[in-house]
Design a protein around this ligand. Structure first.
Ligand code: NAD
Ligand code: G3P
Length: 335
């Protein structure tokens, strides 16, 4: 039996730990707050992030990272992307030497524009083939309710991807392997920015044509950036690309889409931030995605207006007009 440590007791960390435990992997969660760790270990619930969900009795949690990490074959990282570097630096001495580090995170680091797997290889000082990424249409609440879902387990070493696939494969959760870590990570991070745009459109009362247009042209942005960064284009037609984009942009469960919807309805950034209790990665990552795209000479007009609305005082109406008044183009260019 393999053993996993899941670091982060938020909605996805807890849900993925539940999936691992249900797949027969011995799993311990680490979280900062003792009341949540106690609720998971003793009452088998996480009332703050997954109210009403019964967690497996075999799943335990601790506030002691050494306890969670002891003997782990998989070290699963599920903290907000912008906190990964500092957290991982503190955990590094406790990580077993042969453990595989697994990112559940869908963000790009501010300042460095690095993907999470890049932050992991750098901070933990491990080779790329010991880092895996899980990304796909994975709204945590649905998975915790045992609704069927699929995902992508990406690792440059396919044997490692297959071991992780086996460790998280359940009756309801079906992971596929993929060797394209860059594509899986870009799909996950950039779709959050596109979901903010779709949310803004929904909040403005725009129709299904506008939503479909943003999703499709959003996928073109993801694919163009992916091409510049060496990703496999097939990944973007798959679960970690189109699949996650559709789920996130369509679901009221998405924190990113909901954040955008509130902005589109006319709430101020401060009001929306105050109302958002969980992590909406696109809010911070949109600036890093834009910087990354500019550094590679890639046009990302939807991302640009999302940055404009969130960080530069552009109104949703001005954002819509900016997109619609762009120079006419062929549908497929620059790829
Ligand atoms: N929730 C989902 O449906 C879902 C699905 C797939 C991927 N993800 C990704 O998983 C990652 C984690 O998201 P989540 O949904 O679990 O977020 P969340 O907001 O539900 O939980 C975040 C967790 O991190 C903790 N945290 C906050 N700041 C911290 C810090 N400085 N140091 C350590 N811990 C800190 C919080 O206490 C909480 O336990 C994100 O990158 C997200 O994009 C989420
Ligand atoms: O709630 P969001 O917007 O962070 O999206 C959750 C997942 O990434 C969907 O796959």
């Amino acid at each position: 039996m393999s053993r996993a440590a899941v670091l982060g007791t938020g909605s996805w960390g807890t849900t993925f730990a539940m999936v691992l435990a249900e797949a027969g992997t011995e799993t311990t969660l680490w979280g900062r707050r003792s009341e949540i760790a106690e609720a998971i270990s003793e009452r088998h619930e996480n009332p703050d992030y997954l109210p009403g969900i019964r967690l497996p009795e075999t799943l335990t949690a601790t506030t002691d990272p050494a306890k969670a990490l002891a003997g782990a074959d998989f070290v699963v990282l599920a903290v907000p992307s912008q906190t990964l570097r500092a957290n991982l630096a503190a955990w590094k001495p406790l990580i077993p030497p042969d453990a595989v580090l697994v990112s559940l995170m869908k963000g790009i680091e501010r300042g460095t524009c690095k993907r999470m797997s890049e932050v992991i290889t750098e901070v933990a000082d491990v080779p790329g083939d010991r880092v895996a990424v899980v990304s796909g249409p994975n709204l945590a609440r649905e998975i915790a309710e045992h609704q069927p879902a699929t995902t992508v387990v990406a690792c440059s070493d396919i044997g490692t991807a297959e071991r992780l696939q086996a460790a998280c494969h359940t009756q309801w959760f079906r992971p596929y392997t993929n060797a394209d870590v860059v594509g899986a990570e870009l799909g996950g991070a950039v779709k959050n920015v596109i979901a903010l745009a779709v949310g803004i459109a929904v909040g403005m009362g725009l129709g299904d044509n506008a939503r479909a247009s943003l999703m499709t042209r959003g996928l073109a942005e993801i694919a163009r950036l992916g091409a510049a960064l060496g990703a496999d284009q097939h990944t973007f037609a798959g679960l970690a690309g189109m699949g996650d984009l559709i789920a996130t942009c369509s679901s009221p469960l998405s924190r990113n889409r909901t954040f955008g919807e509130n902005l589109g309805r006319g709430m101020t950034l401060a009001e929306v931030t105050e109302a958002t209790k969980q992590t909406a990665e696109g809010v911070k990552s949109c600036e890093s995605v834009l910087a990354l795209a500019r550094a590679h000479g890639v046009e990302v007009p939807i991302t640009e207006v999302v940055v404009g609305v969130i960080h530069e005082g552009l109104t949703p109406e001005e954002a819509a007009m900016l997109l619609l008044s762009r120079t006419p183009k062929p549908e497929r260019y620059g790829v």
